[in-house]
Design a protein around this ligand. Sequence first.
Ligand code: AMP
Ligand code: GLC
Length: 543
Amino acid sequence: MVEIVSEVKRIGEYVIIFTRVFDSGQMVTDADVAIVVEDVEERIFLPRSSTTHGFSVYTINEKNVIENLSGVYTLIFKSLFKKFKVTIFARVRDKTTKKVLLFENGRTREEKDPLDVIRTLKVFLGFNVNIDKIIYVDKRLEKLVNKNTRKAILQDLIKPRKKINSIEDVFVGIIDSMRYGSQEWVIEDPSVIKWLENLYKDNLGKETRIGGQAGIIANLIAILGGYPTVYSPVLSKEQAGLLHKNVFSLCPTRKPVTECADAKESKVNWVFEFNRTDELFNIRSNQNGRFIAGSQMEEYRPEWPDINNIDIDAIILAGLHLLKKKYRDGTTAEKIIKETIEWIDGAAKRDIPTHLELTCMEDEWLREKIVEILYHVDSVGMNKDELRQIAELDEEKIDLPDALSIIKYMKKIAKKFGLKRVHVHTLGYYINLYKDSGWASPEKIKKAMLFASDLAAAAAFSGSIEKMEDLEIADSISLSKTGLKEQEKLEKEIGMENGVARVGDYTIIFLPTKVVGHPKTTVGLGDTISGSMFVVECGYRYM
Ligand code: AMP
Ligand code: GLC
């Protein structure tokens, strides 16, 4: 492994950069080294310099040559910049390694880019890892029901039960989600599962992929080069097979996920994806989204591993919406939530940042219980519908027409639960809110948000991110007009500057984001955004 060790010193108006290069611990005295110095605030580049002409992109200025003094690569230049960024490249055996340093107030700090953080932070995720069987809504679905069933569906739409006990309920769920936004209902009658399995086989099924917020985020981290640890109470070979080989699990010690797959039955969700032009029984959808019909399993409840025995830097929790009120052995959702809270408190004692990723929770009783967890975690992530569901526990029908109204409720939630961080993603912009101190700097947070926006754009475009090259498409996707308009409004309304504003005791960070016109799929996008952003911010927390 090639390592770059550098030191930056200022002596009067001169800056001196000393660099040493090590290859598997041995000092390299004949490396090619190039250095780019950049003034962070003004973004002015100083002449680029290198030891040889090998780095063709770097113009060599006679006054700015790196001297190789027996393996100490030294660059001296005149500069009055107070704060600048130094990027050092070293080429050894035809491989180039990069290191970024920030020089400020006479000190240097290493700057990691989001991918460095993703690759090095030890992230623990629990507990929903399921299989998503994706079906795109199309007219062929209508042919599966007769006239009477169709009538019953239209009748049930007036007051949906939000649970699945019949095939009609599946249709009611799809149409209700097309009208009012994505939802997830549990399947109570197993015969519906048989019907869904056949439906999936009958050419309507498009794809099987990893689902569940914990599974989706763990996979993403691994694809980007990290080694996350995921905990799922049910893990079959099929579930594990859909996860990247760099995902680990605990059984009870940390092992590659396939080695921990011991369940016979898989947790499966059927995901009906629709877009804003789809129609069923002449009812038109007015948004892109999904309806999820989820199987219910007695074993699908967390028994958290000993928090003091895991080596982790950040925790992402999700899946509690899948809890049953009562299990056959007498265990209740309340008991599991209480244990989850104790576990989170254990993480807080070890100063490990915790994040809860929300999802739409149709059952109001369960929603109220899950919300108790917000008093204990540091951070929460959600979309606009989920924000509405939480806010409506305290207020009747709330309205969220724009960014300012979203900020109002984010603030209320942060205050009520004592949260350090609240993140909301919408189609066109992201808003993050922070209680002062202890989190990353606004500059760093914006970097994490930008990274998340690129990932989401790439995933929306290609359906999922399978490899690093899939990210490249994000460069050609443009920013949302809605996001840019909301940005302008906030500049006027709350004096936001460069995406940062103070609102009472909180700092708000706003980012207009890239939006793909015709996304291939949208399931899991929110998890991609929230998960990647939280992890990168955790890596930046103390920088
Ligand atoms: P969720 O409903 O929580 O999975 O979140 C979906 C999020 O994905 C939205 O809030 C947007 O931020 C993002 N998103 C949805 N559609 C697109 C798209 N076409 N292009 C880019 N981002 C999208
Ligand atoms: C929920 C669903 C899961 C889906 C995920 C996407 O966790 O249970 O099936 O993959 O949301 O966000």
